[in-house]
Design a protein around this ligand. Structure first.
Ligand code: ADP
Length: 466
């Protein structure tokens, strides 16, 4: 099927709608005007005949019993040009003045002209010349009779036809002008609507080709089009971020794997070539590096799982106190060994959460707290409540994080002190997982820290709505 552009489709539709509307208005205006005009003409003719009869009646002088013949003649001739053929007679039937007798050829000419014109313009009307007699009276006395011969039931003279013709021309002219204006404006309107869409299509193609640097400008005042522009810009931004993330992820993973793999490779090479004795310590060191790689891969798997499952959270009302207690129990031995004082304060209403995922959040935060707090330190867990959120705070008085590092700790593979972390074994993924999970719950996580004094992580989770 042939595809038409939005602009031509809109212009055509608008033109068609206007054409039909103007057509309908013109037809109904025409019908209405014709009907009104017809009734006006009938009334007008009635009035004309009445005036004619009254005028003729006045031409008789009762005292001298004489008709004013010259005036009757001029009234008759005037009436003839208006389409009335008159014959004035005495009450006894004797003719005073007869238009046909006066000028037969003119009368025939007038009759023929009117008949032709009426039949041409009103072909459905079965009209013909008919004559009617009216009494000419003065006071109570009948002074004569006039026979009026005219085209009935009504007729239009030249002036009337001229008037109708002008009216039709005005109507037609207005219609054509309105149509032209509508087509022009429709075309302009269609152009205004279609231009940003065409532009958006072009830019979307660019984006699809991987060019994420472009942003669409809002050039229209149309709300929906501006929303479309916003949506496309938002999409571009999102795709750009995803692309950057993907590239960084590859680079980060490669970087993280390179060091332990390098160590294992050089150690094994030296041992196989006989440069190094395969001592227990050396084999153990290789084993540690392989463990590190395994741990990294496991954490990556976990992160991938969290990001994949973001859309499928198994949400249910969860009591945070209970969950906390279970997680703390897991760390009992290590807490005892490090002689850390751990306390839980406060309580909070149930949150709407995925139990397993939130357990993971507490586990990661608490394990960090324990990991980065020296022996005999303190960890406080506080439960608080806000309007829509339940708050979980995990506060330690451990090593703390510098203000330069603090903004980046939730980023993937970000570790504050690489050497320290090689010892503690973290790959910088734990907090990324925490943030992913909390964000998926429509919550947020914040960190406040001071180097050497301790760190406090605050997690906001939406409360169960009553
Ligand atoms: P890791 O597995 O290395 O601990 P995380 O993503 O959990 O990775 O943490 C990122 C970095 O943030 C860590 O390397 C650590 O330096 C810092 N960090 C996290 N929690 C704490 C804490 N409670 N005290 C001090 N530093 C912390």
């Amino acid at each position: 099927m042939k595809k038409r552009s939005l602009k031509s489709q809109m212009s055509l539709t608008i033109a068609l709608v206007v054409f039909i509307t103007v057509g309908l208005i013109s037809i109904s205006a025409n019908v209405l005007i014709n009907r009104q005009f017809k009734s006006y003409i009938v009334k007008q003719q009635q009035q004309e005949t009445n005036e004619l009869i009254a005028n003729l009646s006045r031409q008789y002088d009762q005292d001298s019993r004489i008709w004013n013949l010259p005036l009757i003649k001029s009234i008759g001739m005037y009436a003839l040009y208006e389409g009335y053929i008159i014959k004035v007679s005495q009450p006894d039937g004797s003719v005073i003045w007869d238009a046909e007798a006066h000028d037969m050829s003119l009368c025939t000419q007038v009759m023929r002209d009117i008949s032709e014109q009426m039949q041409r313009n009103y072909p459905g009307m079965e009209g013909q010349f008919t004559s009617q007699n009216y009494d000419l009276v003065q006071g109570d006395q009948k002074v004569g009779v006039v026979s009026l011969n005219y085209y009935g039931p009504y007729f239009l003279n030249d002036n009337d036809f001229q008037f109708l013709k002008s009216l039709n021309i005005v109507l037609l002219g207005t219609g054509i002008f309105a149509l032209m204006m509508a087509v022009a404006m429709g075309w302009m309107f269609a152009k205004r609507i279609s231009m940003p869409i065409t532009k958006t299509v072009m830019i979307t193609k660019e984006i699809a080709a991987g060019n994420y640097g472009i942003t669409l400008a809002k050039t229209t005042k149309t709300k929906e089009l501006n929303e479309l522009v916003d949506a496309v810009n938002h999409l571009t931004c999102f795709l750009k971020k995803q692309e950057e993330l993907r590239k960084r992820m590859f680079a980060d993973v490669a970087h993280e794997l390179r060091t332990p793999l390098g160590i294992v490779s050089t150690h094994l090479e030296a041992m196989t070539e006989g440069l190094w004795e395969p001592t227990k310590e050396r084999i153990q060191s290789c084993h540690e590096e392989i463990n590190r790689i395994t741990k990294l891969v496991k954490e990556l798997e976990e992160l991938a799982k969290v990001e994949r499952d973001q859309i499928s959270l198994n949400l249910q009302p969860v009591q945070l106190e209970k969950l906390l207690q279970t997680v703390c129990d897991n760390f009992e031995t290590i807490i005892k060994n490090k002689d850390i004082k751990l306390q839980i304060h406060g309580s909070t209403p149930k949150v709407l959460a995925d139990r397993d995922k939130i357990t993971q959040v507490i586990l990661n935060l608490l394990s960090n707290g324990i990991k980065y707090t020296p022996d005999h330190g303190e960890i406080d867990i506080l439960l608080e409540e806000l309007d829509q959120f339940s708050i979980l705070k995990i506060r330690d008085n451990g090593v703390g994080i510098s203000s330069e590092d603090l903004p980046f700790i939730f980023e993937r593979f970000y570790r504050v002190d690489k050497s320290r972390n090689r010892k503690t074994g973290g790959a910088g993924i734990g907090l990324t997982i925490v943030k992913s999970i909390v964000t998926a719950h429509n919550g947020k996580v914040e960190a406040v820290s001071e180097l050497g004094k301790g760190t406090c992580f605050t997690v906001y989770l939406p409360k169960v709505k009553n």
